[in-house]
Design a protein around this ligand. Structure first.
Ligand code: UD2
Length: 348
């Protein structure tokens, strides 16, 4: 065998070797992408809906978590999706660990408005202390407390990244007015301050306590809660405003759910529009000397009928301590405390 044929064989072997090596590297790479321990999350890998914004989902997500993902079908005893395909959040329909990994990487700030006018200031301590334990834990939270009694706002220890602002508002001798004027005050506060300070906002009733996790599973573009007294009721029992003279009017043959006025939220700009529309309608009704059956709650229901929420929270997120827990409600996360209306309100 000549020297040149030896070289030829060697070159041939080298080329075959290189191809084999390339083939192995290529196979291992894709095998790892498909079956490996982790993958880089992207908008295609994770079901990202319109509710997730500013998502830089660049952190490694453990694949096993995605495989273990619970889904709306995990609950067969409740409706976990609306007819317009918005999720309804019940315990067992989401994976809290996966939700946290996704949302915590976004460095979000959640505004939380709460009104404590007149004697309602007494509910603030429990509201804030329990919120610090359960509400959006490890997220940046900015509480905006609206009160006519700033000196009575309790001092509550806040975790890192959580702040409280007190904003003075006028009192009133009518509870209906205090409740209804919240829309106008929220609208103004968003314009002046909140739009620069937060990504999402929740507007909550103060006469309430948190009892269990209320986390990022609740975040969405426009979020409403199903009223605990009406989630099993049919539309004809909903206490919508039924008089056509009111701008909150809903005819008997319309309506999806009865939403509680105690909890609504979403992107700051979406809640801004909601508050502005409801405020304008409340003022138009006032000019026409009509007050909707449940003040701003009636206007909220009307708004949400024609501007469908992108996410619904089950009554786990707005229970009522006077109501016996039902089987579907596995966890009570937030509930209205029992109170003596005659004693606490400025009018009966
Ligand atoms: C229902 C709604 C409430 C509101 C109201 C409208 C639920 C669980 N609650 O509750 O959100 O739509 O009907 O009529 O859906 N407030 C004060 N000072 C007062 C009175 C009220 O600060 O003197 C504030 C406070 O934040 C309170 C909220 O307004 O949590 C609602 O008032 P409410 O709790 O007395 O109304 P209620 O129980 O009828």
């Amino acid at each position: 065998m000549s020297f040149s044929s030896n070289v030829k064989q060697l070159v041939l072997l080298l080329i075959v070797g290189i191809f084999l090596l390339l083939g192995y590297v290529h196979y291992s790479f894709f095998n790892e992408r498909l079956n490996g321990v982790w993958f880089e999350a992207s908008n295609r890998d994770i079901p990202v809906d319109e509710d997730q914004r500013n998502t830089s989902l660049s952190k490694p997500i453990f694949r096993s978590r995605v495989q273990n993902l619970v889904s709306p079908e995990s609950r067969t005893d409740v409706m976990a999706v609306t007819p317009w395909l918005a999720p309804i959040i019940w315990e067992g329909t989401f994976d809290p660990d996966l939700i946290d990994i996704i949302y915590k990487s976004m460095n979000l700030t959640i505004a939380t408005t709460v009104f404590a006018v007149g004697k309602y200031v007494r509910f603030l301590r429990d509201f804030l202390e329990t919120a610090e334990k359960h509400f959006m834990v490890d997220f940046n939270v900015r509480y905006y407390v609206f009160t006519d009694r700033p000196d009575d706002v309790p001092s509550v220890n806040m975790s890192q990244g959580r702040h409280l602002s007190v904003i003075q508002v006028p009192g009133s001798n009518r509870w209906q007015e205090i409740s209804a004027r919240r829309m106008e005050i929220i609208q103004t506060a968003i314009e002046r301050q909140i739009s620069r300070e937060a990504d999402y906002i929740f507007c909550l009733d103060v006469d309430s306590k948190f009892h269990a996790r209320w986390g990022a599973e609740s975040l969405g573009r426009l979020v409403a809660v199903i009223h605990p007294w009406f989630y099993q009721a049919t539309r004809d029992h909903f206490t919508y405003e039924r008089r056509p003279a009111s701008t909150a009017y809903i005819p008997m043959d319309e309506g999806d759910y009865y939403y509680a006025g105690a909890v609504f939220g979403g992107f700051v700009e979406d809640v801004y529009t909601l508050a502005k529309v409801c405020r304008n309608q409340l003022e138009e009704d006032a000019r026409n000397s009509i007050e909707a059956a449940w003040q701003e709650e009636s206007h909220l229901n009307r708004y949400l009928l024609y501007n469908k929420p992108s996410k619904l929270l089950s009554p786990e997120y707005q229970w009522d301590d006077t109501k016996t827990k039902t089987n579907e409600v596995k966890v009570i996360r937030f509930s209205t405390v029992i109170k003596n209306y005659a004693e606490i309100r400025p009018n009966v």
